[in-house]
Design a protein around this ligand. Structure first.
Ligand SMILES: [Zn+2]
Length: 459
């Protein structure tokens, strides 16, 4: 029995930083100890540092095996680890998409072979086949994920079960998911509304579709309309709906109202929606193209209020790596660029910087990165907190440190597409990241073993 004692730190739990030493045994938190009382085989001096539960990123894409040029479980998990993420939830979008248990098992093996941190896997329910859904649950899916937008017009194994635009199919999918008891995360943008607006602004007749046109094509109405439909369906089917990457303050208000009315719903937002203004599209072009768009202005202010109030209480990266050549397809016509930005390394750093600057209460941010996603997705018996018995997943955070983003030094394979974060300066920094009592990142270097990461399934 080997004990590690973290001495001198401030341990975060339930809204407070506690001045205790932390004893770790066999990968789990053994006890909290009065300063100086505990003895260990290994003693680690974390004087003055914050000892935080490892971050749980409930929205992540590395896409292996679909696009090895963009990211894989090796580089994606290293990027996550460097940003303090100890468990990431990989989305089902790959090739093939994860629409049954057999495919989920194959992806699990890929991740277990190389991941340096723990992970969970989403499944796609859109084949509407009981056997597919049942086998995915059996294989350990953390949750389901669907898009209310249309996929590529040519059906493929990469889009199978992921995109649902038909009302009847959406209703049926939610009924089926409700019976599994798992959460379903939904990309809520309404395809019919997108088509109407494209027609209204004459998008198909224009030749030069600039990056800022992305905002005009996808106004908050597209998201609000989808959210409203979905929340109504959630209330009446009993499906445990989770609104992915919310960028509209009104949708956040609708979600809070549905929750107050008894619907089992939740929502998440991303650092890019609250860090940037809408003009980031003019400055960074396709590299700032995210769906729904980074809006800035009143929506941004409203999202920030929702985080402060606790209405929007899960914070995620939606890490979406893309190659520069693919992103550059959007220079002439922004619609041709894939959506998303590879920002996982900035997720915790950005929000903690905002805490240190007094912009958000500490508990809103830290709970949003840890216990809230862990609880919502059913992994809080071991993840998301540092009470005795939990996995010793920890971020040792230096509130006196600082971090300047140098995109060339990021761990994601798509670092060349992370230009909108380049040069940004954050207060505080991640000193080290620990997973189940083992250091996987120390002083900015990955020291964890490839393949150390394990799959997490709902309790
Ligand atoms: Zn996503």
């Amino acid at each position: 029995m080997v004990d590690t004692v973290l001495r001198g730190g401030k341990v975060y739990c339930e809204g407070n930083l506690w001045e205790v030493d932390l004893v770790v045994r066999d990968g789990t938190v053994a006890s909290w100890s009065r300063r100086g009382d505990a003895r260990g085989d290994r003693e680690v001096d974390v004087e003055g540092k914050w000892v935080l539960p490892g971050f749980v990123d409930a929205h992540f894409h590395c896409r292996q095996p679909a696009h090895p040029d963009r990211e894989d479980f090796t580089t994606g998990s290293r990027a996550a680890a460097s940003g303090g993420i100890t468990t990431y939830f990989e989305m089902p979008t790959s090739d093939p998409s994860v629409y049954n248990g057999r495919i989920l098992q194959t992806r699990r093996e890929m991740a277990e072979a190389v991941s340096v941190v723990d992970f969970a896997l989403y499944a796609a329910p859109g084949t509407l086949d009981e056997e597919d859904l049942g086998s995915a649950v059996e294989a350990g899916a953390i949750a389901f994920k669907i898009f209310m937008t249309a996929g590529s017009p040519t059906p493929s194994e990469a889009s199978r079960g992921v995109f649902i635009t038909d009302e009847a199919e959406l209703y049926r999918a939610l009924q089926m998911v409700a019976r599994t008891g798992l959460v379903v995360s939904v990309h809520a943008e309404d395809q019919v509304m997108l088509d109407i607006i494209a027609e209204e602004i004459g998008l198909d007749r224009q030749t030069d579709i600039r990056p800022v046109d992305h905002l005009e094509h996808r106004p908050p109405m597209v998201e609000d309309y989808a959210s409203a439909r979905l929340l109504a369906l959630a209330r009446h089917t009993g499906a445990r709906v989770h609104l992915a990457h919310m960028s509209s303050g009104f949708s956040a208000d609708l979600m809070a109202a549905a929750r107050a009315a008894g619907a089992d719903v939740s929502g998440e937002t991303c650092h890019h929606y609250v860090a940037f203004e809408g003009d980031v599209l003019a400055e960074h072009g396709p590299f700032a193209k995210v769906n729904p768009p980074i809006r800035g202005g009143e929506e941004r202010a409203s999202l920030r209020r929702s985080i402060r109030s606790g209405a929007l209480d899960i914070l995620v990266s939606d890490h979406s790596p893309h190659a520069v050549a693919d992103k550059n397809l959007g220079l002439e016509d922004i619609r041709r660029s894939p959506s998303g930005e590879p920002g996982v390394e900035m997720l915790g750093r950005y929000f903690l910087d905002q805490v240190l600057r007094g912009e958000f209460p500490m508990a809103r941010v830290l709970d949003g990165l840890t216990i809230n996603p862990a609880t919502r997705f059913g992994v809080a018996s071991r993840k998301g907190h540092l009470k005795p018995g939990a996995d010793a997943d920890m971020v040792i955070f230096d509130p006196e440190g600082e971090f300047t983003v140098d995109q060339d030094r990021l761990f994601t394979k798509s670092r060349a597409s992370a230009g909108m974060w380049h040069g940004m300066q954050f207060r505080g920094n991640v000193d080290s990241t620990w997973v189940r009592g083992t250091e996987v990142v120390a002083d900015g270097e990955i020291v964890g073993r490839a393949g150390y990461g394990r799959m997490v399934r709902p309790d």
